[in-house]
Design a protein around this ligand. Structure first.
Ligand SMILES: Cc1cc2nc3c(=O)[nH]c(=O)nc-3n(C[C@H](O)[C@H](O)[C@H](O)COP(=O)(O)OP(=O)(O)OC[C@H]3O[C@@H](n4cnc5c(N)ncnc54)[C@H](O)[C@@H]3O)c2cc1C
Length: 395
């Protein structure tokens, strides 16, 4: 169990350095051993998430009138970065931040009044985002999970190949098809905010969750919806327009994940530097060999550059300006940079890098995901090629 932390909800907006220090102090209660054990057992780091929730930090993006901190994405990204930079893993809770935009920007007043104060107070968890399907993969507009209107309800039937943290969540966003795919490929999908408590209590047979063990600690699942009935009041925004709301949230998601990768990158370069400064072979510090030193330096410079792109993307997002290019580039650059840093650290540690007690191999597995999910770097290159540079679309 972590230490008691300051409840930041009552305080004014902190400076960047104060915010960083608050998160660092909180993370001190959850050191390497805590994350190592949870990784080895593939157990959800509930104590950490509880502490973050109780501190108010997980409600950073919720406006103050609903009981949140009313911070921008820049501050939220700093929180995510510092968790990873401390050696932790933000993936346990980041969805509560990156899905928030769909509810804030497109939810009805009734939905916001019902859910936001409860989420801000830590009594409701919104951690699940159920979109990807086996056949559609990266081509989200081809999903087939169907939601059919039946009186005051919609009935959802289908299979999602990935839905993380659904067992650790009270609410889930579910994207389903409400009209056939037509010429306008982004229409015909509807986003639902499903109250899982109601489903679990009244129709548990309609929700089948199958845990998926992955190469790192990630509470992810396959989910089957067997005629799950949700009220029409669960629809976010307009029917058939859900993909637009998902797209809208993707920039926030990319920026937050970029920040996590940046945090990992700083963690790897710090650990590698400390090791290179202390380990002696051939009668000298291994860091004095440029073959050891330069890869750490290369990785550090790439992390710094990605970090700047992250802050530029977050600045544009907070100013309400278009930031698709910067958000995508930040995610791409930071995931590549953290992977370079991971390899530099592994090489610097030599054989010890493979031993779990040093945590390099754990973070190595964790940081690899940022190149693949929530969107693969290939898709980012395709986005930059076609949407930013105006090259032909091949898919
Ligand atoms: C640990 C984990 C947790 C996840 N959690 C969730 C979750 O909570 N909710 C959710 O909805 N999803 C989740 N996902 C799914 C994730 O978003 C998808 O893995 C991702 O969208 C890619 O889909 P895919 O795996 O089917 O890859 P595919 O679409 O099959 O792609 C495979 C490869 O082909 C490449 N490729 C495909 N088409 C093109 C093209 N046109 N041009 C160039 N390259 C191409 C891809 O870039 C990739 O390298 C999770 C994934 C992981 C690994």
């Amino acid at each position: 169990m972590g230490p008691q932390t300051t409840d930041v909800s009552a305080t004014a907006k902190p400076t960047t350095e104060e915010l960083r220090q608050t998160v660092r102090d909180l993370c001190k209660g959850f050191g390497d051993e805590y994350w190592r054990e949870s990784d080895q057992q593939r157990s959800y780091p509930q104590e950490f998430v509880n502490t973050l929730t109780n501190s108010g930090l997980l409600a950073a993006l919720i406006p103050t009138e609903y009981g949140g901190l009313g911070y921008g994405l820049t501050e939220a990204s700093i929180i995510m970065e510092e968790i990873n930079r401390s050696g932790g893993h933000s993936a346990a809770c980041h969805a509560q931040m990156y899905t928030m935009g769909a509810l804030l920007r497109h939810g009805s007043e009734a939905q916001k009044d019902a859910y936001l104060p409860e989420i801000a107070a830590g009594r409701l968890r919104l951690q699940a985002f159920s979109i990807t399907e086996d056949k559609a993969g990266s081509d989200t507009t081809s999903i087939e999970t169907a939601a059919v209107r039946d009186g005051d309800d919609f009935v959802i039937t289908g299979h999602k190949s990935w839905t993380s943290r659904i067992d650790e969540s009270d609410l889930a966003f579910v994207l389903a098809r409400t009209s056939p795919k037509g010429a306008e490929r982004t229409r015909g999908l509807t986003l639902f905010l499903v109250d899982l408590r109601q489903v679990r209590a009244q129709q548990p047979e309609t929700l089948n969750v199958v845990k998926v063990r992955t190469m790192f600690n990630y509470a992810t699942n396959q989910v089957h919806y067997h005629g799950m009935r949700v009220p029409a009041s669960a629809v976010i925004g307009q029917v058939d327009n859900g993909f637009r709301y998902v797209l809208d949230g993707w920039n926030a998601e990319r920026i937050l994940l970029a920040s996590e990768a940046v945090g990992d990158g700083y963690w790897f370069t710090q650990r590698a530097t400390d090791w290179a400064n202390s380990r002696e072979v051939f009668g000298r510090k291994i860091g004095s060999n440029q073959g050891v030193q330069f890869p750490i330096v290369d990785a550090y410079m790439k992390i710094r550059a990605a970090d700047m792109m992250r802050f530029e993307a977050a600045r544009l997002f907070d100013a309400g300006e278009p930031c698709g290019a910067e958000a995508n580039m930040a995610k791409h650059l930071s995931s590549e940079a953290s992977w370079d840093a991971a390899n530099a650290a592994l090489n610097t540690y030599g054989g010890y890098g493979f031993v779990d007690q040093y945590d390099i191999e754990r973070k190595f597995r964790e940081t690899r995901m940022y190149q693949v999910a929530p969107v693969n770097n290939n898709m980012i290159k395709a986005f930059i090629g076609t949407k930013v540079l105006g090259l032909p679309r091949s898919y």
